[in-house]
Design a protein around this ligand. Structure first.
Ligand SMILES: Cc1cc2nc3c(=O)[nH]c(=O)nc-3n(C[C@H](O)[C@H](O)[C@H](O)COP(=O)(O)OP(=O)(O)OC[C@H]3O[C@@H](n4cnc5c(N)ncnc54)[C@H](O)[C@@H]3O)c2cc1C
Length: 401
């Protein structure tokens, strides 16, 4: 066929639907390892409550072309719109996120300590921005926020070796400068650039997975499920699956993790060894049916004694739903005995933004593009793209190739 799309998550589904709906293209096929479409955005129902099986998934309102496209499959009147209420639990107090905009919610003595620490940061005194994430935390936010929140929280999220992470991805984080923090303490309200999902959509009657199922329905006879891709041959643009299927196409769109290819025939050895350097984390989702007494939609937890780093309260998303789920980096619960709770394990959750990753991906994607093989989405590009960005990128690529 003309297009072979590897993976039926947000990236693959968007790319395929754009080919069909905008270009009238019929010569394409998606191969998907699972028996359902949606990838990380899938949901299941449990006791009448939808659970997002890879953790809370909320659709940011910021890209009108993306929401317009998704509303073609699930009209706007099937979504609720929310203003974000997310919190951070520290040892003695819970405050709104981001911390640096909500220091005014701490007791007065502690506000002074935080402000004193932020006043001394490197970015206020004109020091050059560091290249490592760990150094950036102290340079931008100061020692107190680093020690109380950013260091312990990010270790829980990404692992102990935060030293490996770069700073090129920090545009994703909220940006609040010292004057804004000061102003927020004086006026008792948040200032500065707020984090993503300041406003977001979530389906009224379903989990986030529903919109992707509908998208898959639109191209149902172009998807083969249960196809575990194990190899790619760049000499013949052929892909092999674990059941010995072989598929050849003019153009191949890779949305699966590059490390899923046990064989990459025809690729130079340096690029193959580069792929082995790409890192990621796995995440466990554990659902509890009872309601917690929390006001937020979700809370971040920095306390190292708690295995999880975030709780999403599904009863605060919709009055008809119950329960909450914890999100935990899988390594932190390795070997813990199963306690009968509903658990979902996601082997690929967060691509790690290591210092060397941008160069690796640039070399890899450039080389592949010359052979009509295109990396797309969270894993194809090995980037922390949220689903709205993934959709936008897939729409754009479908228009270009
Ligand atoms: C904890 C967490 C929370 C998130 N929260 C949000 C949020 O609130 N809002 C938001 O917009 N985004 C959120 N995201 C990001 C969102 O999940 C991604 O942007 C989106 O899923 C990326 O889609 P994708 O198609 O690129 O990748 P994926 O969804 O991972 O799709 C890849 C597909 O490839 C398939 N595949 C993998 N290996 C193989 C193989 N060997 N053979 C065949 N098929 C294979 C997979 O089964 C999957 O279906 C979150 C992500 C995580 C991890």
């Amino acid at each position: 066929m003309k297009y072979l799309i590897l993976g039926a998550g947000a990236a693959g589904l968007t790319f395929a639907n754009r080919l069909k709906n905008i270009r009238g293209e019929d010569s394409f096929l998606l191969l998907e390892k699972n028996f359902e479409a949606g990838g990380l955005c899938r949901s299941v129902f449990k006791d009448g409550t939808p659970i997002d099986i890879c953790g809370g998934h909320f659709l940011d309102v910021r890209y009108p072309h993306v929401t317009k496209f998704l509303f073609e499959f699930m009209p706007e009147n099937e979504w609720n719109k929310y203003v974000r209420d997310s919190r951070i639990e520290l040892s003695n107090v819970t405050v709104n996120s981001p911390l640096e905009a909500n220091i005014w919610q701490f007791p007065l003595e502690e506000q002074v300590e935080y402000l004193d620490s932020i006043a001394k940061v490197g970015c206020n005194s004109g020091k050059k921005m560091p290249e490592k994430f760990v150094d950036w935390i102290r340079w931008k936010l100061g020692d107190k926020i680093a020690d109380e929140y950013m260091m312990p929280y990010n270790k829980k999220m990404f692992g102990d070796n935060l030293n490996e992470l770069g700073t090129y991805w920090l545009y994703k984080l909220p940006s609040v400068n010292f004057k804004e923090t000061l102003l927020s303490c004086l006026t008792k309200r948040a200032y500065g650039k707020q984090p993503g999902h300041a406003e977001f959509y979530y389906p009224k009657k379903f989990g986030y997975g529903e919109v992707w199922l509908r998208m898959a329905q639109n191209i149902a006879n172009h998807i083969e499920y249960g196809k575990n891709i194990t190899a790619i041959d760049f000499n013949s643009n052929t892909v092999t699956t674990s059941d010995y299927g072989k598929y050849r196409a003019d153009k191949i769109i890779v949305t699966i993790p590059w490390r899923e290819f046990a064989r990459l025939d025809g690729m130079p050895a340096e690029l193959v060894s580069d792929i082995k350097k790409l890192k990621h984390t796995a995440v466990q989702i554990k659902y509890f049916p009872e309601n917690l007494d929390a006001k937020a939609q979700w809370t971040y937890f920095a306390n190292p004694a708690l295995s999880y780093h975030r709780i999403v309260y599904q009863n605060n998303i919709n009055d008809n739903w119950n329960g909450y789920w914890t999100e935990t980096r899988a390594e932190r619960v390795k070997g813990v005995l199963h306690d009968g709770k509903t658990i979902f394990m996601n082997d690929y959750a967060y691509p790690l933004n290591t210092i060397e990753k941008p160069k690796i991906m640039e070399r890899l994607l450039d080389w592949c593009r010359e052979r009509n093989v295109y990396g797309l989405g969270r894993w194809g590009e090995h980037c922390h793209h949220n689903s709205d960005v993934t959709v936008s990128l897939a729409m754009s690529l479908a228009g270009k190739i």
